[in-house]
Design a protein around this ligand. Sequence first.
Ligand SMILES: [Zn+2]
Length: 162
Amino acid sequence: MSGSYREQAKGWSMPTEPNPLDTDLVLMNLNQVAKNAGYRVEWGTNELPDSSVHAGVCVFPKRLIQLNTGLRKLPAMAQFVLIHELAHGLLHDVYMESDDGAIRAKHEAEANTVRKLVWPHLNGYPVDFETTLDVPTPAVVAAANRILAQFGISAPGVQSTA
Ligand SMILES: [Zn+2]
């Protein structure tokens, strides 16, 4: 599907209650960053061709981030996916999207790097098991800081890595 980047992940069930976008403080703040950037965050699966595999998607033309409904009772997983998709929303857009594998891989690494920079500040432990940039670019650091600012975190450590 064009116009979007999807993230794959596995290991969730398909509950319906509660909705952590409304009840989880971290997700509420991430949702606010998305809103401020002009993106809507919703639960669903209609933008996820294989909802047993696809955890979330950033659909640039629709200014939409969709999180798999199955993540509703897994706030940490929802947070993990939302930070990544939010990074796409902050860093990339429909005019940057590419079917070129190398470009897509670079964009995925950028989104993963934003998450790697943001995650420890929100959760107190690192995530570094994914493909990330060796050195975060200024744009990636700026995206991470934009997210952390919503939480009142200035993150000088993030800025110093650029
Ligand atoms: Zn992605």
